[in-house]
Design a protein around this ligand. Structure first.
Ligand SMILES: [Zn+2]
Length: 353
């Protein structure tokens, strides 16, 4: 499942490609992924231009701006004019180019959650960006062998296609496409306004890499929580952006057993864990994440953090900390158990309960 670093990487990759492009057409093959009516989804997006991409936790936030049309003019006015509008005939008067009214582009937000197996693939004649759920090894090899055009066609799991128009290339418009692929179809897309976006953002907890991720706030988040530390770190309303991989890595780095009750961590352990989360997320972002492939401009850049994983996916292998000196026949092996419903890797020797 893509976690914060993976979503951040796809955000950065797409930012360079789709900002400034206008949605010309949307093909919806699986309406169940759209969490609103298809008609309103299309109405709000077709003709709108991507003006920014942001992210909170694992949620991608695409700002779309609709330049003025007769159908959806919005206005900003000085207070005095606004009050006039409320109660005067101005409200009904015809639009006058010379009036004091200023036009404002309307702005909405396309939210995309990749959930378990969602994937975004962008393609045009020169560029290719893919992120989210990992491709199969075979697909990756094909890509690296130069068959990237194969990725630019809708595949079996392509459920939504955004056809984009480039307005900023100084030449005839170049058609480009953004595919939403999703093997298991848990992903979600919807368009919200600013107020709805604010409400959604308020539901997220403190997030590594943001100013609200301070030691004091982290300690507060752990206070009085009797749940396991693993469950707490996975809870997006408390700590935003972490998933299974980075939680296991952070707990290993700070020598904390995943089943420890959150409120029993000592001040020292809290500090170690806080620093580990910050460091690991930063490092994972610098390495383009773990779980996904990211191919930009056919350079073949990909998620490199996999090689840096110390505990995740290492069941039965020697603990890299306890077996530092004893490289052969080391008895301290990584175990896999279930915590908070998730496969959890830890070392029973250096992460004692
Ligand atoms: Zn160990």
């Amino acid at each position: 499942m893509p976690e914060l670093p993976e979503v951040e990487t796809i955000k950065r990759g797409l930012q360079k490609q789709i900002v400034g492009k206008t949605i010309e057409k949307i093909v919806i093959k699986k309406p169940n992924l759209i969490k609103q009516s298809q008609a309103s989804f299309r109405r709000e997006l077709v003709g709108a231009t991507f003006s920014n991409i942001d992210r909170i936790g694992k949620l991608l936030i695409f700002t779309v701006t609709r330049s003025r049309t007769d159908a959806d003019l919005t206005w900003i006015n000085t207070d005095s004019i606004q009050s006039k509008i409320k109660n005067s005939r101005l409200k009904h008067s015809n639009f006058n180019q010379n009036s004091k009214f200023k036009l404002q582009n309307s702005q909405l937000y396309l939210l995309i959650h990749l959930k378990m197996t969602g994937q975004l693939v962008y393609c045009d004649e020169e560029n290719f960006v893919a992120g989210g759920h990992a491709n199969s090894k075979k697909e990756e090899e094909e890509f690296l062998r130069g068959k990237k055009q194969e990725f630019c066609k809708p595949g079996r799991f392509t459920h939504i296609i955004f056809q984009l128009k480039d307005q900023h290339r100084g030449k005839a418009s170049v058609l480009s496409k953004l595919f939403f692929n999703d093997l298991r179809q848990f992903g979600a897309l919807r368009v919200v306004n600013q107020e709805e976006l604010r409400e959604i953002k308020n539901k997220y907890g403190i997030e590594p890499g943001r100013p609200n991720f301070t030691l004091a706030n982290f300690k507060k988040a752990l206070q009085n929580r009797k749940t396991t530390i693993k469950a707490l770190l996975l809870n997006q309303s408390i700590i935003s952006g972490l998933g299974n991989i980075y939680v296991d890595e952070s707990l290993f780095a700070s020598k904390i057993h995943p089943q420890r009750k959150a409120n029993t961590l000592t001040a020292n352990e809290q500090k170690r864990l806080f620093n580990a989360i910050k460091r690991i997320i930063k490092l994972a972002i610098e390495n383009n994440g773990t779980t996904f492939s990211d191919f930009v401009d056919s350079k073949g850049e990909r998620g490199n953090f996999k090689q840096k994983l110390k505990v995740y996916g290492r069941k039965g292998q020697p603990c890299l900390r306890c077996c530092k000196k004893q490289k052969t026949n080391c008895p301290y092996l990584i175990q896999k158990i279930k915590v908070a419903g998730r496969g959890t890797y830890f070392c029973p020797r250096c992460q004692k309960i």
